[in-house]
Write a protein that binds this ligand. Structure first.
Ligand code: ATP
Ligand code: MG
Length: 257
């Protein structure tokens, strides 16, 4: 994989459901590149297509049309089996509501992800890798607890450990702080942001303006389209309302790439 080629390259990417005038558009002809080691936040009003775009990039869903290359693979045209294999090797996914298996300990939840990604890894190594990942999120001492014995913030850190244990090039996190208080949300953001230091690309879908503004780039969606990109540190809150109000607030929006 050549590093100067963006990790994510979407062209004319569309996801819709149904046909004709009644089709529901999730993502509408999106062009987007995301670089290696970039932390990109995706913002926009409810229903604007953030989760749909995230699911496409993560290979959980398949586009209706357009091309999508992630880590050198044309994932828009992979069969379901191949896509699942690719996903196991390439992507770590974090959801708002953690999705941990309640009957497994933190360590077992994380070890299971290793098993899914690579059946040839032995039990002892799965366990070692699991403990290493839990250590990386500051939960080494709670690895034997069940999810119900952990706080929400801790559960999300287990979910991050599960996402990183396969050493994916890409993490897609859809509202990972949406169920957390502000302090835990910040911890989760810092963990995700820290991953870029090792070249991991992080796509963070969030409603939290402050966290979004801490990303390298903010991608603003509106009605399934990318309406704007901005650099770090810009509060895009007024943008979601209209272009005029963004202009009035002095927000300098780059045209959508
Ligand atoms: N399986 C589906 N079938 C039909 N329409 C869908 C489906 N999934 C999503 N949509 C539609 O696609 C559009 C984008 O939805 P999406 O979930 O991506 O929005 P979002 O930006 O993530 O919103 P939120 O901030 O509320 O999570 C919405 O109009 C939604 O109704
Ligand atoms: Mg969503």
């Amino acid at each position: 994989m050549e590093l100067h080629v963006p990790l994510v390259q979407a062209h004319d990417l569309t996801r819709k459901w149904g046909k004709g005038p009644h089709a529901q558009l999730g993502v509408d002809r999106v062009d987007l590149n995301i670089g290696h080691g970039e932390l990109a936040s995706i913002v926009g009003p409810s229903g604007s297509g953030k989760s749909t775009l995230g699911a496409l990039i993560a290979g959980i869903d398949t586009p209706s049309s357009g091309s999508l290359v992630v880590d050198g693979a044309r994932i828009d045209s992979l069969s379901n089996d191949r896509l699942a294999q690719w996903r196991g090797r390439t992507v770590g996914i974090v959801f708002q509501d953690f999705h941990l298996i309640p009957t497994l300990t933190a360590a077992e939840n994380v070890a299971l992800a290793v098993q899914f990604a690579d059946r040839t890894v032995r039990r002892a190594e799965r366990s070692d890798r699991s403990n290493e990942a839990l250590d990386a999120v500051g939960l080494a001492d709670k690895s034997r607890r069940l999810p119900a014995q952990l706080s929400g913030g801790e559960q999300q850190r287990v979910a991050i450990a599960r996402a990183i244990v396969t050493r994916p090039r890409l993490i897609v996190a859809d509202e990972p702080t949406g169920s957390l208080d502000q302090a835990s949300g910040h911890e989760v953001f810092e963990l995700l942001a820290g991953l870029t230091g090792t070249g991991t690309t992080v796509v963070l879908i969030t409603h939290d303006r402050e966290l979004a503004a801490g990303a390298d780039r903010q991608i603003a969606m509106l009605d399934g389209r990318i309406a704007a990109h901005t650099a770090a540190g810009v509060d895009m809150s007024s943008f979601a309302v209209s272009d005029e109000s963004a202009a009035a607030s002095g927000v300098d929006l780059e045209p959508a790439r």
